[in-house]
Design a protein around this ligand. Structure first.
Ligand SMILES: [Mg+2]
Length: 376
């Protein structure tokens, strides 16, 4: 796949490194209800490093209204242009090879470390740059992280996601996910009438015990502190595994209370958006002491930023899982290979590639609730 940024065509010389980006709009098969309203399309920007016939592509994926680094296309593309040109200068100046430390998930080059420091508040771009570099410098095309998952020899357990919508639409998806063999189902709550959502969950629990089907819910901050405890008790009665972001982000003290009371295990998600320095991360995780944290590289600091969260969590015996955030096949593939670096046992939130009419080709398939790379 070769992307050419029109503005760069004139400078395209064999043997010279060129960095370019271009916008790509992913079109949803079905307008999808999310915490951000109904989406019909979602933009990403592909960042490409090229040298002759060699290339590496990363995806800067944003969700409007959620991504902390995106205001509008012109603001985002101005930032991308600055980063693109700095990256190109760094790549031209330095040798043809960059050391990547797979124990810290950081590039060891001083100029690159400086660049990543400067763009720390742009997690989607950090992620795009990281993946473009990993792809460009990979020893073997397609292997961003050399592990058994990337080589198609092991699989990653994932949850089946039930999208928001009418009760009927949600019920239909539940049946599909159960039939497809998922043993963990994640459902959004707080979007339609909570009693209706509860009924959908009750319907599953009537048929399957918690040993058979793990149920996770994601509130995307929908509940008020006044109502949330009742909600948690009702969910607890259905032996729900955990709830993501029961309260809107920013209510640190209330969130801390919920986690310490632990009516239902709480997973932080939106709470971690915009928290990018190590000091801020430590402060947040120690203030709230959540049961789980969720890592979305496009939103939570790219690959090294997500790994920093993982290290903080593990040091505190907090469990975690990695989740994609509407990326195309390019981003999803990178997130999945990164996840393959860990010995995960609990289902991850990967596998949204089938949502789009115009997604790029992928080696990733979902079988019986597991994500696998089918490579020959
Ligand atoms: Mg969430």
């Amino acid at each position: 796949m070769v992307f050419v940024n029109v503005s760069n065509v004139a400078r395209k010389v064999d043997g010279k490194i060129i960095v370019s980006f271009r916008k790509f709009e992913l079109i949803f098969k079905n307008p999808s209800g999310t915490s951000r309203g109904i989406l019909t399309k979602k933009p990403s920007w592909f960042l490409e490093i090229q040298k002759g016939s060699k290339n590496g592509v990363g995806e800067c994926s944003i969700i409007e209204g959620l991504s902390p680094d995106y205001e509008n296309d012109s603001q985002y593309e101005s930032k991308l242009e600055i980063i693109r040109s700095k990256l190109e200068i760094i790549l031209i100046k330095n040798a043809n090879y960059f050391d990547f430390d797979y124990s810290t998930f950081r590039f060891l080059n001083t100029d690159l470390l400086q660049l990543f420091k400067e763009i720390i508040d742009f997690p989607s771009i950090v992620f795009g740059v990281e993946v473009a570099l990993l792809d460009f410098f990979s020893k073997e095309k397609g292997i961003l992280f050399d592990n058994s998952f990337s080589r198609g020899q092991s699989s990653i357990p994932i949850n089946g996601l039930v999208w928001m919508g009418s009760e009927e639409f949600m019920q239909e998806q539940i049946e599909q996910k159960l039939a497809a063999g998922f043993s963990t189902i994640k459902m959004k709550v707080g979007a339609i009438d909570f009693q209706k959502e509860l009924n959908l969950l009750k319907g599953i629990r009537k048929r399957y015990s918690k040993e058979e089907i793990t149920l996770r819910v994601d509130a995307n901050g929908a509940f008020s502190f006044e109502e949330v405890k009742n909600v948690l008790h009702e969910l607890k009665a259905l032996e729900i595994h955990s709830i993501e972001q029961p309260l809107a982000a920013g209510q640190i003290e209330n969130m801390r209370l919920l986690c310490s009371e632990n009516i239902l295990p709480v997973a932080l998600d939106e709470e971690m958006i915009g928290i990018n320095s190590l000091e801020e991360k430590e402060r947040l995780i120690d203030s709230i002491s959540p049961q789980f944290i969720i890592l979305k590289p496009s939103l939570h600091g790219g690959i090294f930023g997500s790994f920093e969260w993982i290290k903080l969590a593990e040091a505190r015996k907090i469990d975690w899982w990695i989740t994609s955030a509407l990326e195309s096949s390019i981003g999803l593939n990178a997130i999945a290979q990164f996840t393959g670096e860990f010995n995960v046992s609990i289902p991850q939130g990967l596998g949204t590639g089938g949502l789009y009419t115009n997604n790029l080709p992928t080696d990733l398939v979902i079988e019986n609730g597991y994500l696998i790379r089918k490579i020959n």
